[in-house]
Design a binder for this molecule. Sequence first.
Ligand code: PGA
Length: 221
Amino acid sequence: MNNPKPIVVANLKANLTWEEVSTWLDKVGQVSKNFKGTIIFCPSYPFLQAAREKIGKESINVHLGSQDISRFEQGAFTGEVAANQISDLVDYAIIGHSERRQNFKEDDQTLKDKVEKAKSKSIEPIFCIQNEKTMIPDQVSIIAYEPVFAIGTGNPETPENIESIGQKLKAKGQCTILYGGSVSQENVKSFVDKQSVDGVLVGATNSLDPQKFVAILDALK
Ligand code: PGA
């Protein structure tokens, strides 16, 4: 991926209304103009279309991503959203988040299928791994290391351990490495300063309030 670094992903999860999402884009949009890296915003599916329009109309320097994608082609799959339905709205899709693995029992084969479907429509997967042993499909080039103990707990992984995993992943091939789990304005620089780390994935703890997210961007200036 050729976008400038650091990459900062906001994963809103199942939070916020359109009004709040719109305010988020207003606030983050103001500072995104002067941000040297890449911001990837992942709200819930229903807001992608309106967010895309707002980003275009107001020239906001933010890319859009989905929080998931169907493993199936368009068709008789009630409740699913297929890659070809959102490929003109998003550039990225988070795949394999630990909350999907735990709550929706997504296994390696399901996640492989999702990566394939995303790639087939030119959507770049942001593939989440929970530890060094997590299976990573071949086509993946953005990996987010997100240990479960660090998610939403205020107890992040150490920069040293992240670096060690990042180095090992990079030794296997060209890839972009993100870290996610209790990222805050206070600790973000300690992760991004590590050589193998190209950015962060910020979940509900510090992405829902646009001021907190802006503070993370400011800390990376
Ligand atoms: P958190 O979540 O930033 O709230 O810890 C990270 C994530 O779920 O990706």
